[in-house]
Design a protein around this ligand. Structure first.
Ligand code: VGL
Ligand code: ZN
Length: 202
């Protein structure tokens, strides 16, 4: 069945030594590249924030990374500065086969709203355009991998399932941040939304 491979945020800042390093984030790159050959479409997402973005702790007086604040659209975790537009850290991991991408979708560029999901900003209503792209290409099934499993992969997978796409997440080709139980909550939330979680074929 025709499917798109959606590779979420495999960027330097989410890999070891990056500004918002996800443990073992770089370990998935080789097998993710290998999956690209079987997909009808390869789509990469790229977290792409302006300097001073509202999701950065440094933009809020007296706040530290990983604090939680209330934004007009709901609760928001504050992060270290990461994936600033045009910076080295915003680049894809050097070994990711980014040239294979049909589409690169950038997100998080609105200074006032974070955007974990590849489909909607964190207000859950502002679309990124990815849904229209997939529908006009006739793609109904999505295979998702990438970083971080409990944030951007989770939000993307749940939104896609709500939109009616068939969604499989290869959990072995994701890595998590795991902040205060966020990984367990994300796995439960994805299952509840009808996302198929696959641990791979060994
Ligand atoms: C992400 C936190 C902040 C992610 C992006 O890619 O999961 N997490 N920005
Ligand atoms: Zn971000």
């Amino acid at each position: 069945m025709a499917h798109a491979l959606i590779v979420i945020d495999v960027q330097k800042d989410f890999c070891p030594e990056g500004a918002l390093a996800v443990p073992e984030g770089d370990a998935i790159v080789g097998p993710v590249n290998a999956l690209m050959t079987d997909a009808e479409a390869v789509i990469l997402t790229q977290d792409w924030h302006p300097a001073g973005h509202s999701s950065f702790a440094s933009s809020h007086v007296g706040k530290s990374p990983y604090d939680l604040i209330d934004m007009p659209y709901g609760p928001q975790v504050l992060w270290p500065d990461h994936c600033i537009q045009g910076s080295l850290g915003a680049q894809f991991h050097r070994e990711l086969h980014a040239d294979r991408a049909d589409l690169i979708i950038r997100k998080g560029y609105n200074p006032a709203i974070d955007s974990y999901s590849a489909f909607f900003e964190n207000d859950h209503v502002t679309p990124t355009g990815l849904e229209g792209y997939l529908r006009t290409r006739g793609i109904d099934n999505l295979l998702m991998v990438g970083l971080a499993l409990d944030f951007c992969v989770n939000f993307s997978a749940v939104d896609a399932a709500k939109l009616g796409f068939g969604v499989t997440v290869r959990t072995d080709l994701c890595r998590a941040i795991d902040l205060d139980g966020s990984l367990a909550a994300a796995l439960d939330g994805m299952r509840a939304a009808g996302v198929v979680l696959e641990a791979g074929h060994g």
